[in-house]
Design a protein around this ligand. Sequence first.
Ligand SMILES: *Cc1c(COP(=O)(O)O)cnc(C)c1O
Length: 337
Amino acid sequence: MTLDLETRFTRTPLGFFPSPVHPLKRLSKALGINLWAKRDDVSSGLAFGGNKVRKLEWLASEAIAQGCDTLVSIGNIQSNHTRQVAAVAAALGMKCRLVQEAWTKWEDPAYEQVGNILLSRLMGATTVLEGEGYSTEIKETWQRALEEVRREGGKPYAIPAGASDHPLGGLGYASFADEVVRQEAEHDIFFDTVITATCTGSTQGGMIAGFHGQQRPRRLIGIDTACNESMTRAAVTKSARQTAELIGLSGEVRDEDVIIDPRFAGPDYGLPDEATLSAIRMGAQMEAMLTDPVYEGKSLAGLIAMARSGEIAPGSNVLYVHLGGAPALNAYHRAFE
Ligand SMILES: *Cc1c(COP(=O)(O)O)cnc(C)c1O
């Protein structure tokens, strides 16, 4: 069954979809599983892309339809999400105002100058450095940014952190589920286990909704990167249920459909531990696949640990969903010294 989202909602093409899917041969051999990667990190020509582009395709249509002229969003100082919002604004000829909060205590002056934030500035976004602390709550800093745009006579379109807590936030990854099934048919394979990083919720939430409509059950594991399992679980569950309802799925999303693994989140949001760093090195040195200390290094660390412990059974067909994030690497150079 396909969800047929394109005929019911408007998508503004911003990426190259389907994103590539390919085997990770050397890692497969090292881990004793049949490991493939789904490369949403290389699925757009807009400023290094990443998972937010897939979500923003659906939100951008609404922004255009409402006649908005400024995209307003919020994230960490090294947010991939806000960089992708800046990219979408540039590509659509809109203005962009970004609240860049300190969600991570990373002692390096370069943190506010290189990587994602550099790219956002280069693309013409206004970056406002104020506020701190990751939370899925609606932030007053973000409200203020929206107000500021209105005061200047602009028409803002509000995009929450990670484009998640938004009615259309889960559509991108619901359609991802369809994409995976088509690629499985092409390659004559079925991925029994899917591993994704999870944080603000609509990546995993959208996937849960999308996979929910399919015949064959599979295990989708979200590796928490917020270092706050209950907050992540609430965000993913909300997105999954909201998306399932929006696309008209029968059958409810149950609590047990939401699998969040908290063991690989490191000491805090945005801070890697030894396992994160060693996974980043392993991916880079065995596959030239670049992952970051905030998200994908953690999901890769989880995958490696579960394959080694047998929690992912030997010989399993595993799909590692790569959501982007490598543009933050330079800002974290000290982690690798
Ligand atoms: C935003 C992001 C995630 C988390 O996705 P959510 O939809 O916020 O759960 C994972 N990896 C990367 C690289 C991201 O930018």
